[in-house]
Design a protein around this ligand. Structure first.
Ligand code: SAH
Length: 498
């Protein structure tokens, strides 16, 4: 969003787009079809007409709002009956009649007979009682919105009753966008309100305090389930008069490269970061989704030439967080699978910097699904092992990669080799020497899950030569084992396989 867009949304400015409503100060230009409000229905007498599935859904909603509920219907479904038996619902068996609405605050007609629903509407209208006929706005005084429930935070959405599916669609998007912990955050805020009022009597200072809190790591701490840590950080800040800490590090797995495979959590953090440290496994399509204003630091790693030594990356994370930044350390795949995630956060823990680790889809999982090669299968492999084909950088050329080869030769086990392309010939040789069949199939999967994905099918005996002739480039991984035979049948992506 540019500065211009922001200006246009400011209260008092003329609106740019027709149909958008400005609630910031001046009266809306277009009349509202419905007045939005939240109704306190605790212990209020409410009536449901109808005893089927739809009535049941409405009953649950009204019950969660604490209404004193009566249902009128000749028969009711088992679930409603159970509520009646549990004493949570009154049931007036029989057809709807005018006497039923006496004393009611709100009535919902949820029968499958339009004539009955209309009669309920007419009766309530003349008695001045709020009434809704389900899916029938013409016979409703109010309509019920689609809800995103993060109690006590509630978002209600309506398209004016026209196309309810639109509101539901938007709701699904909001569900994905708004962390589930928002309710906890709202609760924590109200819990600490009295203390904040006491310590910061000036409303402007209080507002600034909460704005700082929202800009810092505390909401994310709450969303990650660390409510107690968040509470004490807030209490400390209020008692000491210091603004709450702002800096934190988020070690986030970005998956194998396809942006659709990011987690919601990863995406949210990417859109809040002040600084992003990323390496060459993080695809450009994913970097596109990082907040535009965030500073980007390439700390890329290739097997042999590190752009920044690991130790420097660790220290940079600490420095940036101490300076008050929200630092996103974005890593390919999952941060805890061959990702040195453990080393990076050990330093943060020692420096007492708040941090969080967000899992990502590891490239073995991405490659397996997108190449149609299940890593386990009842007929082919009962277990899977992930190994690294990379030798430690400190080792001299004479040092060979040493894996526990004897453990990797079970024909009923799949072996996935990360960082194994350069050493593929040696790996194949060792596996054969230790007893794995020379014709064991191997899939080499390059840039898995991206539009450039390539799958080359080979076997241990010819692996090095096939990698050479196909000119495989990193990142690529090897899947070794009989599950590879399933590729021909399950390769749903149908890219050019060779
Ligand atoms: N943490 C990462 C792995 C880092 S090690 C993860 O969980 O996936 C780097 C190795 O991962 C690469 O050498 C390659 O073997 C593998 N890799 C990562 N992304 C890949 C991709 N899109 N396609 C194939 N292999 C990939």
């Amino acid at each position: 969003m540019s500065k211009n867009d922001l200006d246009q949304n400011r209260p008092g400015k003329p609106r740019a787009a027709a149909g958008m409503r400005d609630n910031g100060g001046s009266p809306p230009e277009m009349p509202m079809d419905y007045f939005p409000l939240f109704l306190n229905l605790k212990q209020q007498p409410c009536l449901l007409v109808g005893g089927g599935e739809i009535a049941l859904r409405k009953m649950r909603l009204l019950a969660s709002a604490g209404a004193d509920l009566t249902v009128v219907a000749p028969q009711i479904c088992d679930e409603l009956l159970a509520e009646v038996r549990a004493g949570r619902l009154n049931w007036r068996p029989g057809e709807f009649s005018l006497s039923h609405i006496v004393g009611m605050r709100l009535v919902i007609a949820a029968t499958d007979q339009p004539a009955v629903n209309q009669a309920v509407f007419a009766a309530c209208e003349s008695a001045g009682i709020l009434v809704n006929a389900v899916d029938d706005p013409a016979h409703s005084r109010f309509i019920t919105p689609a809800i995103v429930d993060r109690a006590p935070l509630t978002i209600a959405l309506s398209t004016g009753g026209g196309v309810p599916v639109l509101a539901r669609h938007l709701r699904a998007q909001l569900e994905a966008l708004i962390p589930h912990g928002w309710g906890d955050l709202a609760r924590l805020g109200s819990e600490l309100r009295p203390l904040a009022k006491e310590k910061l009597p000036d409303p402007a200072a209080r507002r600034e305090f909460w704005e700082n809190v929202l800009a810092g790591p505390i909401p994310d701490q709450v969303f990650a389930g660390q409510v107690n840590a968040a509470r004490s950080a807030l209490e400390d800040a209020l008692h000491s008069g210091q603004p709450p800490v702002r800096g934190a590090v988020y070690l986030v797995g970005s998956g194998p490269g396809n942006p659709d495979l990011l987690t919601f959590r990863a995406l949210r953090l990417m859109q809040q970061a002040d600084v992003v440290l990323y390496d060459n496994l993080v695809s450009p399509a994913i970097m596109e989704l990082v907040r535009r204003d965030a500073e980007r630091v390439y700390v890329g790693k290739k097997a042999s030439n590190h752009a920044l030594p690991q130790e420097e990356i660790n220290q940079l994370l600490v420095r940036l967080a101490q300076a008050g930044n929200k630092v996103l350390r974005l890593k390919g795949g999952d941060p805890f699978i061959f990702g040195r995630g453990g080393e990076e956060i050990a330093e943060l823990a020692a420096a007492q910097i708040p941090f969080e680790v967000v899992p990502g889809i590891t490239s073995a999982a991405g490659a397996s699904c997108y190449a149609g090669i299940p890593l386990t299968h009842r007929d082919y492999a009962q277990s899977v092992t992930f190994v690294t084909g990379h030798r430690r950088a400190t080792e001299s050329e004479a040092d060979k990669l040493e894996l526990d080869w004897a453990r990797l030769v079970n024909p009923q086990e799949t072996v996935v080799v990360y960082m194994g392309v350069a050493q593929a010939g040696y790996i194949a040789e060792q596996l054969i020497q230790h007893g794995r069949e020379a014709n064991t199939p191997v899939a080499i999967i390059e840039r898995a899950t991206t539009p450039q994905q390539r799958v080359v099918i080979s076997q241990l005996a010819t692996l090095a030569a096939d990698i050479h002739s196909a000119a495989i480039k990193p990142p690529a991984l090897l899947i070794i084992g009989h599950v590879v035979e399933l590729h021909g049948q399950l390769n749903w992506r149908q890219e050019a396989a060779s």
